[in-house]
Write a protein that binds this ligand. Structure first.
Ligand code: SER
Length: 320
């Protein structure tokens, strides 16, 4: 299934669950000094999460995102990017864990028909409520639920300890199992392992706290839902390929780079170039020009890395 259709189906599914479909925000978040770039679907809804805007209580979007946290992993793994699209559904003091989990499962297994036995989940180690929903309502086997800690299953990651301030909470992630033949091959390999066998496709965040300066977690007036599913990862699963770079989202770009490079270039380098081309294009489209500071510096760095990687695969002319 093509990525365009996946995006459409996702929005249709949540429109059917009475969500307002909201267009992607700019990569440059308006009036939010806490982040350089829009890095998640929830960014544009912070006021709704804090109960400061109350005109709608359910929303869904496909948000363009830019993150530099994973810069070093780009091209080295099949799943990491600087620029990507995040499919998300959100509840602002409306539905909570039960519906968020049930609808994610319904979308993946009934609308997309992903076989149930290919899906595993993780929950925050102290979140027995989410654990019980997966076990009793969804009826996932105990052996397919893993309990993880503040780094993996709290969002933002380790927010309790390190911040940033703002809405946060425990989360539950859904993983696609590429099978025993991929990755480390260990018998006890599970989603906690980063060998590549398990691709995290959807993160369901149960946003119930506001982190304040100094690290205290205040319960929010309303309990919220913030989910994010990587369109590129979902496309890889649905197109039966093992790497996001082999999906229709990347394939035409990758093909052009390979054509220009000639003589079977190192694909890891090709993938870095493909990733950076998307990131710099969307950033420039949203008004960020290369410069020496802040956002502009990120774009400059992406261009520089893109050019250097092009040179490594023999592309010398102005290509990006
Ligand atoms: N905000 C969460 C994330 O970025 C879920 O969308 O993973």
């Amino acid at each position: 299934m093509k990525a365009d259709l996946l995006r459409k189906k996702f929005l249709e599914f949540f429109a059917g669950k009475k969500h307002k479909i909201v267009v992607s925000d700019s990569l440059v978040p308006a009036g939010d000094p806490t982040v350089l770039f829009t890095s998640a679907g929830m960014n544009q809804f912070k006021k709704q999460f804090l109960g400061q805007i109350t005109d709608f209580r359910r929303a869904a979007s496909s948000q363009k995102c830019l993150r530099t946290d994973d810069l070093d992993k780009v091209g080295q793994t099949p799943f990491h990017h600087t620029f990507f699209e995040m499919l998300g559904n959100f509840s602002f003091g409306d539905y909570f864990k039960k519906e968020a989990i049930a609808w994610a499962w319904e979308f993946l297994t009934e609308w997309l028909k992903i076989p149930q036995d290919k899906l595993w989940v993780s929950v925050y180690k102290e979140d027995d409520e989410a654990y019980q929903i997966w076990l009793k309502d969804i009826k996932i086997g105990k052996d397919k639920i893993v309990k993880l800690g503040d780094k993996e299953n709290f969002w933002p990651s380790e927010a309790k300890q390190k911040g940033p301030n703002g809405p946060c909470g425990p989360c539950s992630e859904i993983f696609y199992d590429y099978g025993k033949d991929i990755g480390c091959g260990k018998k006890d390999c599970d989603p906690a392992c980063s060998c590549g066998r398990f691709a995290e496709i959807w993160n369901l965040v149960f946003t119930q706290f506001n982190r304040k300066e100094g690290g205290s977690l205040e319960p929010l007036p309303n309990r919220n839902i913030d989910t994010g599913m990587g369109l590129e990862r979902l496309a890889a699963v649905m197109q039966g390929v093992k790497s996001n770079f082999e999906t229709d989202l990347f394939e035409p770009i990758v093909k052009e780079i390979v054509k220009e490079a000639g003589r079977s270039p190192n694909l890891k380098i090709v993938y870095v170039v493909a990733d950076h081309i998307r990131a710099m294009s969307f950033a420039i489209l949203d008004g960020v020009l290369p410069s020496n500071d802040n956002r502009g510096y990120v774009v400059r760095k992406l261009i520089r890395r893109g050019v250097n990687n092009c040179r490594q695969i023999g592309i010398k002319k102005a290509f990006l």
